[in-house]
Write a protein that binds this ligand. Structure first.
Ligand SMILES: Nc1ncnc2c1ncn2[C@@H]1O[C@H](COP(=O)(O)OP(=O)(O)O)[C@@H](O)[C@H]1O
Ligand SMILES: [Mg+2]
Length: 344
């Protein structure tokens, strides 16, 4: 009996590790004011069919990590100080630019943080989607347009055939984001990074876009990295979560574990600051203080100036990422106390 490999992505290689792995990445920006350490030893991974949420306040290094994965970091002032980014086991940081380009779009694609403003106002949306196929696949105009309509259907844009020649301003924000998603999945990527894909949208539209991303992922078994500052938006669709603070991962967990009982005071603070529908008129908790200054990071744990669990040790010693169990980790000296819920 001959075994026929299904035409799935699993036939693309035999690499047994995670599909995309960021390993101890350090990125800094050399500016006139000094060296800003934007990414300080970030490690995370995503597999086919898996959704990783990367959560953190503005300035925590989420986008810089993603830009480094995509090979589009602004260099200079950016500089990759150390680390690896492996896609199917190959370190992308060591690949020549030409091979790197092949990974971009087909291997790993990205929806950018300011995607809504990225559409060109003077060209019909269908034309902009079709460009992907003309440039990357060398398709004829007619074929590329057909593919563009197919993709508009796939991202559930109603009446795609009629709307393919409409201009960006004729679409709502949610529909424009669907068009950006269509462009990002045009080349059938194995991993999709969505950087704050719903930030500029209304709450109801946010949920629809998340649902669309989840559906597309199920259909194609992509690995999905959802970057967000809003835990509430990703909780339903993510499998696991990496919480970033000051360019570090401070907690790694399965989403439901983090939701049930966070192991880092920062994650706990984020969780407590999500509005809950079951608590009307509640006073929302807000984490006190400001995000750290990357040019002048606090000593010890970067979160210590804001932390209700702070003790002497936190001011002097940088906490390593303690393994709590399995893949769960917390970079807090007092993770046990945090899990138990008693602040000092
Ligand atoms: N082009 C740049 N030049 C200088 N510093 C930058 C640049 N891009 C990012 N940074 C620094 O990196 C930090 C992290 O940025 P970013 O990854 O965009 O944060 P976020 O978590 O909000 O996505 C910023 O606070 C900024 O200090
Ligand atoms: Mg960002």
């Amino acid at each position: 009996m001959t075994e026929v490999l299904p035409e799935s992505k699993s036939s693309k290689g035999t690499y047994g590790g995670a599909l995309l792995e960021v390993d101890n990445l350090h990125v800094e920006f050399h500016t006139r004011a000094g060296v800003a350490k934007a990414v300080n030893g970030v490690t995370y991974s995503v597999n086919a069919g898996e959704t990783l949420a990367v959560l953190g306040e503005s300035g925590s290094g989420k986008s810089v990590t993603a830009q480094t994965i995509m090979g589009i970091l602004d260099m200079p002032p950016g500089k990759i100080a150390s680390g690896e980014i492996r896609f199917r086991g190959t370190d992308l940081l060591k690949l020549p630019e030409e091979e790197r380009r092949k990974v971009r779009g087909e291997g790993v694609a990205m929806i950018f943080q300011d995607a809504l403003s990225a559409l060109n106002p003077v060209f019909p949306v269908g034309w902009q989607i079709a460009e992907m196929f003309r440039i990357h696949r060398g398709m004829s105009r007619a074929d590329a347009k057909k593919k563009a309509i197919e993709l508009m259907d796939r991202v559930r844009i109603p009446a795609a055939k009629e709307r393919v020649s409409d201009y960006p301003h004729q679409f709502s924000g949610g529909m424009r984001q669907r068009i950006m998603i269509a462009m990002s999945i045009a080349l059938d990527p194995e991993v999709l990074i969505a950087d704050e894909p719903t930030t500029a949208l209304d709450v109801t539209v946010q949920a629809q876009i998340m649902e669309l991303l989840a559906e597309l992922q199920r259909e194609s078994n992509m690995g999905l990295i959802l970057i967000t500052h809003d835990l509430g938006v990703v909780a339903d669709v993510a499998d696991k979560i990496a919480v970033m603070y000051g360019g570090r991962i401070v907690e790694n967990a399965e989403v439901h574990d983090l939701y049930r009982n966070p192991a880092h005071p920062y994650a706990k603070g984020l969780l407590e600051s999500i509005p809950r529908v079951d608590l009307k008129g509640q006073e929302l908790y807000a984490i006190k203080g400001m995000p750290p200054n990357l040019l002048d990071m606090p000593t010890g744990c970067a979160f210590h100036p804001r932390c209700p669990y702070r003790q002497e040790k936190c001011v002097t010693d940088v906490p390593p990422l303690h393994t709590i169990s399995g893949t769960r980790g917390s970079a807090c000296h007092f993770w046990r106390e945090v899990l138990d819920g008693d602040a000092q």
